[in-house]
Design a binder for this molecule. Structure first.
Ligand code: PRP
Ligand code: URA
Length: 206
């Protein structure tokens, strides 16, 4: 299993803010944005580089640049809360959208939208803050593979062991980057202790 849990005091501080039931949508959005920057920093640590040269004002020196384009694919709607930090870090990122919504009684996600860029030549970052049963993430990654993605990383904020197990079984080639690994799921397939419904907290839809 390739699960990477962020180990950094600032990440834990931001997770505490997101978990806090008193955190209002404005502060929630800011914390989610900052935390995603840390997660993406970690998830892109092994990006392939190409060696070349650069002319400084004084001389020519060896220089390394990113070898592959980056694609970011937020799963709507909660994944949108993770997008801006990626576009800030990687301004030329290609962005695709996958719309998935869990059925309230079955917790099975159904697809309602898809618009994807070319991904076969990219490192793809699949963005979804909550890895609960893992059904949404697994479905999204299958879609990305169908359109040619080969190097995919899953970036989430809170993961449940059930979601990690499902994703590892369905897509063993996809490493998971999370800010927290929680205890498990409740009867409604919400993560415990979790932070509630990420989309609702981000957008104030209660
Ligand atoms: C939430 C969350 C994930 C999914 C995780 O989305 O943003 O996409 O649930 O659950 P899973 O791992 O069990 O599939 P939701 O369906 O509530 O839609 P929303 O983002 O529009 O709120
Ligand atoms: N989706 C959420 O937003 N929160 C959970 O705990 C599980 C799924």
């Amino acid at each position: 299993m390739s699960l990477n849990v962020l180990d950094h005091p600032l990440a834990q501080h931001l997770v505490a803010l997101l978990r806090d039931v008193e955190t209002e949508p404005g502060a929630f959005r800011i914390a989610a944005d900052k935390l995603t920057s840390l997660l993406v920093w970690e998830a892109t640590r092994d990006l392939p580089m190409v060696e070349g040269t650069v002319q400084t004002p004084l001389e020519i020196t060896p220089a390394f640049r990113l070898a592959k384009p980056i694609a970011a694919i937020p799963i709507l709607r909660a994944g949108l809360g993770m997008l801006e930090s990626v576009t800030t870090l990687f301004p030329d990122v290609r962005v695709g959208y996958i719309g998935l919504e869990r059925n309230h009684s079955t917790a099975i996600a159904s697809s309602y939208y898809r618009k994807l860029p070319r991904v076969d030549d990219c490192v793809s970052l699949c963005l979804d803050p909550m890895l609960a049963t893992g059904g949404s993430a697994s479905q999204a990654i299958s879609l990305l593979k169908e359109v040619g993605a080969t190097q995919i990383k899953m970036v989430c904020v809170v993961a449940a062991p059930e979601g990690v197990a499902r994703l590892t079984a369905d897509h063993p080639d996809v490493p998971i980057f999370s800010a927290a690994l929680d205890r498990g799921l409740n009867d409604h397939k919400y993560i415990l202790p979790g932070l509630g419904d990420f989309g609702d907290r981000l957008y104030g839809t209660f």
